[in-house]
Write a protein that binds this ligand. Structure first.
Ligand code: UT7
Length: 332
């Protein structure tokens, strides 16, 4: 005998309800970076927009930074930890593959045994997490999802590699995604190009590293990545606006992955963003923090009064694998 399988119905709409961040305590200046590579403060500022970055101390782990950021996001959303049904953690710099660090974070933050998993989508990881979370909320598999982007890229940075040593930073940013009266997260435009996976990658897989003794630092062909990000990603951003039915005139803020200030500038120009659109520029003091960069930048803009709750923002992440994802959101 066959009986119909019941399906779960979710909320009609989902939104980002709160944001929280953790910025590591140690500020690393360009002068300190230049102790290891042949470069200058001026070159780094001009080519990347980075003035300083933050690197985690040994105590500031992927888990501890995530718990701190996640706790603030819950407080900002007015949600208790035991209301969280799922914890999604986007990271490429947690070195233990199993169990997922999301499980530890879900426990330490005080969820009631929430589902938990890690996402590996590099610098698009936060936008991937937001899309998965809103699909869960609208599909009925979760009411509240905690999405965390967290990195300790300093652990994967070769201090002697002048093409990357100045670029990366550490930190965590978290949001709570849950049901809402009005739509708060537009359709995602996302994808990948594994054919170009060589452009940013670990120098060697961990198993090779074990046998060869060569540490698997991040290596990058910066210029092709720069060109791809500056031009192809503007089209992805335009498509996200179009799919959300939001015109550039109605946009309040642009919060791209903080890869390089010049990439942000090139996208602003290609999108012809008018001067009323607030532009995220967190990279100046935070460096490129991959999956953490968008929530970190959003929080700084809120704290500085550059955006306010309810504003319409375009977010876009892009990076290794050549993964990308963009969507229009309401700022929490
Ligand atoms: O997070 C997502 C993925 N990552 C990104 O989106 C990052 C994308 N790429 C970039 O941000 C840029 O490519 C970098 C900031 C990494 C490099 O900037 P660039 O303008 O692409 O520089 P380049 O690699 O084309 O090098 C230009 C020049 C070269 O010298 P010559 O050949 O013109 O004489 C390099 O040797 O700059 C030189 N150079 C440096 N000089 C001083 C390269 N690195 C350095 C350095 N200090 N650290």
């Amino acid at each position: 005998m066959t009986s119909a399988i019941r399906t779960s119905g979710g909320a009609q709409h989902a939104s980002i309800l709160g944001v929280g961040v953790y910025r590591p305590s140690r500020i690393v200046t360009n002068a300190e970076i230049c102790e290891h590579i042949d470069s200058s403060d001026e070159w780094i500022r001009t080519r990347s927009g980075i003035v300083s970055r933050r690197w985690a101390t040994p105590e500031e782990t992927v888990a501890s930074m995530s718990v701190a950021a996640g706790g603030k996001a819950l407080a900002s959303a007015g949600i208790q930890a035991d209301q969280v049904d799922c914890v999604l953690v986007s990271t490429v710099s947690h070195f233990s593959q199993t169990p997922a660090i999301a499980t530890t974070i879900a426990s330490e933050i005080g969820t009631d045994g929430a589902a938990a998993m890690d996402i590996s989508a590099a610098c698009a990881g936060f936008c991937y997490g937001v899309e998965l979370a809103q699909s869960m909320v609208r599909g009925g598999s979760a009411t509240y999802v905690l999405v965390i982007g967290v990195e300790r890229l300093s652990d994967l940075t070769d201090l002697k590699d002048r093409s990357t040593a100045f670029l990366f930073g550490d930190g965590a940013g978290a949001v709570v995604v849950g049901p809402s009266e009005e739509p708060g997260i537009g359709p995602v435009v996302w994808g990948s190009d594994g054919g170009a996976a060589d452009l940013i990658r670990q120098k060697a897989p961990w198993d090779d590293a074990l046998s060869s003794g060569e540490y698997p630092y991040l290596v990058m062909q910066g210029n092709p990545v720069f060109r791809w990000a500056s031009y192809a990603m503007a089209k992805v951003a335009e498509e996200a606006l179009e799919r959300a039915g939001v015109s550039i005139a109605d946009l309040d803020a642009f919060i791209p992955h903080q890869a390089n200030m010049r990439i942000t500038d090139a996208m602003v120009k290609a999108l012809k963003l008018p001067s009323h659109v607030a532009i995220a520029r967190d990279i100046a003091e935070q460096g490129n923090t991959s999956a953490a960069s968008i929530p970190l930048a959003m929080e700084r803009m809120l704290a500085a009064g550059e955006v306010k709750s309810g504003d319409t923002a375009l977010i876009i992440g892009f990076g290794a694998g050549l993964v990308y994802a963009a969507q229009v959101i309401r700022v929490p």
